[in-house]
Design a protein around this ligand. Structure first.
Ligand SMILES: Nc1ncnc2c1ncn2[C@@H]1O[C@H](COP(=O)(O)OP(=O)(O)O)[C@@H](O)[C@H]1O
Ligand SMILES: [Mg+2]
Length: 366
C-alpha cells in the first residue's frame, strides 16, 4: 500500500474526434507485477499501451513511470522495452544483430554486448540460430528473438501487445510460459495486452478489463472470476463464461442472475430450477459441454465429467444453487451489492471497487 506505483496513469484520455481510443483511464501498476490489459477488439488496449510507451500522447491526464512524470517524454527516454504481435524484427539483420540492435545504438561496449547476447540466447533457447535471418525462423522463434531483444535492453518495464496472437495454439502455450518465466526471473514489470481471457487469467497478478475505452474492472484473476462488477465482466471472463438468467424465470424481479458453469448441476427430470433443451453436445475429452437453450437464459453451458450420452433436442433440468447466484441489475447490468446476501465461499475474494487504487492495494489477494 505504501509503495508508490511503478506505472501510474491519472485520468488519461486520447481519442479521435471524441471517439475511440481511451477516456479517463486511471491505473496503478505495482513494481515487479504482471498486469494484463484485457478486452474485446477495439476497446482501446493498444492505445493505452502506446500512451504508456510514448508512441501516443494523451490529450488529458498524466503518466508517471518510476516516480517520474513522462506524459510528454518521447518513447526512447522512458526506460522501457516493447514486444509486438508482429515481432518487429529487421528482416535484413540476423538474429544476433536484431537482438543487439538497441545496444549498438546506445554504444554499449562490445564485451558487455556479447555477454548479454549469450545470456539472452540461452534464456530463450535460441542457441545455434544466431546467424539466421528472421525469414528462416518459425513464428515461435521469431517471437523469442523479440523477447530476447526486450531482455537485453535491461529495461525493468516491458510492454507487450498481443505478442502471441501470430502463433499456433501449441506454441502460444509454450511461449506464454517463457514470458512468465522471464518476468519472474528478471523481476520485470510487465504490462501485457490481450483479448484472450485465458492468457490474462493464467499469466497475471492483476487484470485490467476494458470496455469501450474505459476500465470496467481491475483485480486479481480470482477476484474477477468470483466477483464480476457487471454482466460484461461476468461474460467476458471464464471459459465457458458465466450463464446469465432473467430473474423473473427464477422468481426474482428486476434482476439478472449469473452462475458459473461449475455451479450448475443436473437435476432429476422436471425437478430443477430451470428446464431447457440441449442444443449442442461438445465432447472435450475430460468433460463434455452441454449447450442448453432456455428462453430466459444465455450462455447456459453445463460441464459434465467424461463422455456424456446426451443428444441435441433432449430436455434437461438444471439446479441453480442459491448460494452461488450472482445478482445484477436488469437495467444497468451492474452487480447488485446486497450486504445481507451470503454469496458463499469464493466471493470473499473481493477486489476493491475503486479501480484507481486496486492494483496497488491488492497484491495479496491470491
Ligand atoms: N490513430 C487512430 N485514429 C483514429 N482512430 C483510432 C486510432 N487508433 C485507434 N483508433 C480507434 O480507437 C479504438 C481503440 O483502438 P485500439 O486501441 O487499437 O483497440 P484494441 O487494441 O483494444 O483493439 C478503435 O475504435 C480504433 O479504431
Ligand atoms: Mg490492439
Amino acid at each position: 500500500m505504501s509503495d508508490p506505483a511503478y506505472v501510474a496513469l491519472d485520468g488519461v484520455t486520447r481519442q479521435w474526434g471524441g471517439r475511440g481510443g481511451v477516456a479517463d483511464v486511471s491505473l496503478d501498476v505495482a513494481e515487479g507485477s504482471f498486469v494484463s490489459v484485457l478486452g474485446p477488439s477495439g476497446c482501446g488496449k493498444s492505445t493505452l499501451l502506446r500512451l504508456i510507451s510514448g508512441l501516443e500522447t494523451p490529450e488529458a491526464g498524466s503518466i508517471h513511470i518510476n516516480g517520474r512524470e513522462v506524459t510528454h517524454l518521447q518513447a526512447s527516454g522512458r526506460g522501457l522495452s516493447m514486444v509486438f504481435q508482429s515481432y518487429a524484427l529487421f528482416p535484413h539483420l540476423s538474429v544476433r544483430e536484431n537482438i543487439l540492435f538497441g545496444m549498438r545504438v546506445r554504444r554499449v561496449p562490445r564485451n558487455a554486448r556479447d555477454e548479454k547476447l549469450a545470456e539472452a540466447v540461452a534464456m530463450l533457447g535460441l542457441e545455434g540460430l544466431e546467424g539466421r535471418k528472421p525469414a528462416a525462423l518459425s513464428g515461435g522463434q521469431r517471437q523469442r528473438v523479440a523477447l530476447a531483444r526486450a531482455v537485453v535492453s535491461g529495461h525493468p518495464l516491458c510492454l507487450m501487445d498481443e505478442p502471441l496472437s501470430n502463433l499456433d495454439a501449441k506454441l502460444r502455450h509454450s511461449v506464454r510460459r517463457d514470458i512468465k518465466g522471464l518476468q519472474r526471473r528478471l523481476g520485470l514489470t510487465v504490462i501485457y495486452v490481450t483479448h484472450d481471457q485465458t492468457e490474462a487469467m493464467s499469466l497475471s497478478d492483476q487484470v485490467v478489463l476494458m470496455r469501450d475505452g474505459r476500465v470496467e474492472q481491475v483485480g486479481s484473476p480470482r477476484a474477477l472470476y468470483a466477483d464480476p462488477v457487471s454482466t460484461f465482466a461476468a461474460e467476458f471472463i471464464g471459459d465457458p463464461p458465466m450463464a446469465i438468467i432473467e430473474g423473473a424465470a427464477l422468481g426474482v424481479s428486476g434482476a439478472l442472475i449469473g452462475l458459473r458453469p461449475e455451479h450448475l448441476a443436473l437435476a432429476p427430470s422436471g425437478q430443477g430450477d430451470l428446464t431447457g433443451v440441449v442444443r449442442e453436445v461438445e465432447y472435450m475429452g475430460a468433460e463434455t459441454h452441454l449447450i442448453v437453450d432456455h428462453p430466459a437464459a444465455r450462455g447456459l453451458i453445463l460441464s459434465v465429467p467424461g463422455h456424456a450420452a446426451w443428444q441435441p433436442g433432449q430436455e434437461i433440468s438444471l439446479t441453480l444453487p442459491k448460494e452461488h447466484r450472482v445478482l445484477f441489475d436488469a437495467q444497468t447490468g451492474k452487480a447488485k451489492k446486497d450486504p445481507q446476501q451470503d454469496y458463499g465461499g469464493d466471493r470473499r475474494q473481493t477486489a476493491p471497487r475503486d479501480s484507481r487504487k486496486a492494483l496497488q492495494s491488492h497484491p495479496s489477494t491470491d
